[in-house]
Design a protein around this ligand. Structure first.
Ligand code: UDP
Length: 497
């Protein structure tokens, strides 16, 4: 069995493990700090509203990470696909953070599944931007999700810079625990992910469990895998300031009043993208079962579902509403479209408990955000959730996906208000360990390590001085003296892509 600095795959996923699993950090004074990072987010823009479609935790992660890196003097330029002709070529997201819109494929209506066909065009747009600058404009590339990883591996070869990659989700992991009837990820994604894992100088995993999955499913080199827990914005997600002295509970009542929710209700909240993988249906089934067993609760339960259809959930956008009707609980379920994070805080604060019954979750930002607002969590014991939630302390982890088990956990919350209040206080404390400043500092450490021992990524099929795009033909490596390239030579090199 492969060992990661003493940590064994599949074992004790809840244990906090060292941030950096790769080679030791370079000395603090080492000149390996990047000045500017090209961040790649092909399939979803950091400017999109999370909680529906392709926008979710990854968008939030990129925005927050970029801002915090800029705050420690690492400039970030985020490349994303333009989804409207009206978008400007670039937008300043925050001081030191620029979003660049790359034209690649039709603006609207392009499904994620069809994006691989646009990767060449996207890469071309990234290369043109680079060619407009000095050749050393970017010191490092950080790609997010496998589609961006493919662009990143070509650009990293061309620019002679390291590629750091974060998977966010992995096809093999998702396919291993699909919800009933959900569509598996295609084999082409698995092979695409394998190529990105081979090429990246560093892979950032959200948790030790994800690091182990990279090793186990994708044969990643353990020396290149680093674990950095994502952060949450603790300035935004916190119990209500005005009532901090009177405790989390007073803030809860104030938030309920603002949202027009009853003061004394049992409020199990779902927040996230509505798709089978996230299992909002499981919460509804659990509530139906609870009400069957305890009809008296019907008078005082409200179940908000905040978010919009996404992924395979898009095939039946009204599916959850129909299920609620079918289960006879439409009167207690409150569907609400996605809201900006500044408004989400009230939903978290108002809830008795956040329920996250996902089948797969690389981390689960929503769980930590809710806890940061003083709301305990009932979560499935999958993926990163055992790290995000302290079982029995800041929430409850439920093994498996049986509605009866979730109904029991909800029933316990209704019956033990003192325990729920203790968990609410503990949740705030637990969430404090996930601030972005430390997550960004740990990410900068990974960048430093990648710059410290960067080496040309391998191309299995070609001689040393040849690079591959992974999708198209291999190209001769440019010598430093040949750079910078103008647009015309770039067009030639990329075959006019
Ligand atoms: N989110 C939001 N508004 C909503 C619903 C969700 O801003 O109405 C955000 C939420 O704050 C969280 C992210 O979407 O940061 C979801 O991240 P998570 O890791 O829970 O799930 P993912 O989308 O990555 O699967």
């Amino acid at each position: 069995m492969t060992r990661l600095n003493g940590w064994r795959p599949g074992r004790d996923a809840t244990r906090r493990i060292p941030t950096l699993l790769g080679p030791p950090r370079p000395p603090a004074a080492a000149p390996f700090r990047p000045r500017r990072v090209a961040m790649l987010s092909v399939h979803t823009s950091p400017l999109h509203q999370p909680g529906t479609g392709d926008a979710g935790g990854m968008n939030v992660y990129i925005v927050e990470l970029a801002k915090r890196l800029a705050a420690i003097d690492i400039e970030v330029e985020i490349f994303t696909r333009a989804t409207s002709a009206a978008l400007p070529p670039s937008v300043e997201l925050a001081p030191g953070v620029l979003v660049r819109h790359v034209a690649a494929g039709p603006y609207e209506g392009l499904a994620k599944e069809n994006l691989p066909a646009q990767l060449c065009a996207f890469t071309h747009g990234v290369m043109r931007t680079w060619a407009d600058h000095r050749p050393d404009h970017y010191d490092l590339i950080h790609s997010h999700y496998w589609l961006s990883g493919h662009v990143g591996r070509l650009a990293a070869h061309r620019w002679g810079v390291p590629l750091v990659h974060t998977m966010h989700t992995m096809a093999k992991v998702k396919n291993a625990s699909l919800a009933e009837g959900d569509t598996p990820e295609p084999a082409s994604r698995v092979s695409g992910e394998t190529q990105v894992v081979e090429s990246a100088h560093r892979l950032i995993a959200n948790t030790g469990k994800e690091a182990a999955e990279l090793l186990h499913h994708y044969d990643a080199d353990p020396r290149r895998v680093a674990v950095v827990h994502p952060g949450v914005n603790l300035d935004r997600f916190r119990p209500e300031v005005a009532t901090a002295e009177s405790g989390v509970e007073a803030g809860r009542m104030a938030a309920r009043a603002r949202l027009g929710l009853p003061r004394d209700a049992l409020i199990p909240l779902f927040v996230g993208r509505i798709q089978p993988l996230k299992a909002p249906d499981l919460l509804l089934r659990a509530v139906a079962r609870l009400l069957q067993e305890r009809p008296g609760l019907r008078e005082r339960i409200v179940v908000p579902v905040v978010g919009g259809p996404s992924g395979s959930g898009l095939t039946e956008p009204e599916g959850l509403q129909k299920l609620a009707a079918c289960l006879g609980i439409s009167d207690v379920v409150l569907f609400h479209p996605p809201v900006a994070q500044d408004h989400l805080t009230d939903w978290y604060r108002a809830a008795s408990v956040l329920v996250m019954p996902s089948y797969s979750e690389s981390f689960g930002l929503v769980a930590v955000e809710a806890q940061a607002c003083g709301t305990p969590v009932i979560a499935a014991e999958v993926g990163g959730l055992p790290v995000a939630v302290r079982d029995g302390v800041s929430g409850v982890l439920v093994p498996g996906h049986q509605p009866a088990d979730y109904a029991r956990a909800l029933s316990d919350f209704a019956d033990t208000p003192m325990r729920a209040a203790r968990m609410a206080e503990a949740a705030v404390v637990h969430a404090r360990s996930f601030g972005w400043p430390s997550a960004a500092a740990a990410t900068a450490d990974v960048y430093r390590a990648a710059l410290h021992d960067r080496r040309p990524p391998p191309c299995a099929a070609c001689p040393r001085d040849v690079v591959t795009s992974g999708e198209g033909p291999c190209l001769p490596r440019l010598l430093p003296s040949e750079r910078p390239v103008g647009h015309s030579s770039l067009d030639r090199l990329l075959g006019g892509a």
